[in-house]
Design a protein around this ligand. Structure first.
Ligand code: CP
Ligand code: NVA
Length: 307
């Protein structure tokens, strides 16, 4: 059975090629109106204990376009919110649906859902990782740059869930990745080690630094995310102070390649992690990136349900 919980563990080099190929194919079919009801009769339960616009809409519409159906299960409405265990929820849902997509706080809850259930589980974001975003990001880079191998992505800001999955995904794809974060806010060493492990195979270069200019030097892609992730709201004032030198602005974009693209998983907070002129400027591909969530997620669904 194929889960999609952790990019390093669940996506082999072959899987990555397959996923990107299927995602491009899904995109073509969607744009040209070619029916692709590959998952006819299949149901996906979608559990959300955190907010979402892109992840929810793309998985729900994706299932519909694949001929299946998706059920939106908010924490406020299902019994998990009243204390029913992950163990029991996994067993119950395994008897009724074909797969589960979950967005929640503790990464371990997602791992447990897969452990106790008997159907594929997709990680729609945890405090630690955001692997569905990373696939859509690779698809976007491939489309704009004509390939992945040898390109350099620079991530600037909080070493969070998005950074962890980008480290895993870039190393797997043979891209160089540099991450600039303030001391104490770098991505977990576990993810750096995993990236270094795959880099031995793919030739990627990994750089962890506190200097955003060093990270962005000669980059093909500059990537930002919010300084305050879901669940950290009460730390916002403190974080704005800590991250103030980690804003992606035109000066920072100036040290990247002239044709570098700007990416952001969204939602974005203009004037904080990125200036308006950059995110709304000609180098920004953030809305292509958001749309690609749909196409990438359909590839993930097909991979989990049919392989
Ligand atoms: N990028 C992303 O995951 O967006 P949502 O929080 O809107 O799903
Ligand atoms: N790091 C952000 C990503 C949102 C898609 C968060 O976890 O809130």
């Amino acid at each position: 059975m194929k889960h999609y919980i952790d990019f390093h563990e669940d996506v082999s080099f072959d899987d990555l090629n397959y996923l990107l190929e299927i995602a491009s194919d899904m995109k073509k079919k969607t744009k040209t109106g070619v029916k692709h009801h590959i998952l006819e009769g299949k149901s996906l339960a979608m559990i959300f204990t955190k907010s979402s616009t892109r992840t929810r809409v793309s998985f729900e519409v994706g299932m519909y376009q694949l001929g299946g159906q998706a059920l939106f299960l908010s924490n406020d409405d299902i019994q998990i919110g009243r204390g029913e265990t992950i163990h029991d929820t996994a067993k119950v849902l395994s008897g009724m649906v074909d797969g589960i997509m979950i967005r929640t706080f503790a990464h371990q809850d997602i791992v447990d859902l897969a452990k106790y259930g008997s159907i594929p589980v997709i990680n729609g974001l945890s405090d630690d990782q955001h692997p569905t975003q990373a696939l859509a990001d690779l698809l976007t880079i491939q489309e704009h740059k004509g390939g992945l191998k040898g390109l350099k992505l620079a991530y600037v800001g909080d070493g969070n869930n998005v950074t962890a999955s980008l480290l895993q995904a870039c190393a797997k794809a043979g891209m160089d990745i540099s991450c600039a974060s303030p001391k104490g806010y770098t991505a977990g060493q576990k993810y750096v080690d995993q990236a270094l492990e795959d880099a031995k195979v793919t030739g990627s270069k990994i750089l962890m630094t506190e200097d955003p200019f060093e990270a962005c030097d000669g980059a093909d892609v500059i990537y930002a995310d919010t300084w305050t992730s879901m669940g950290q709201e009460e730390e916002k004032a403190k974080r704005v102070e800590i991250f103030k030198d980690y804003q992606v602005n035109s000066k920072l974009m100036g040290v990247a390649h002239k044709d570098a693209i700007f990416m952001h998983c969204l939602p974005a907070y203009r004037g904080y992690e990125v200036t308006e002129d950059v995110i709304d400027g000609p180098q920004s591909v953030v809305f292509d990136e958001a749309e690609n969530r749909l196409h990438a997620h359909k590839a993930i669904l097909v991979n989990c349900f049919t392989r």
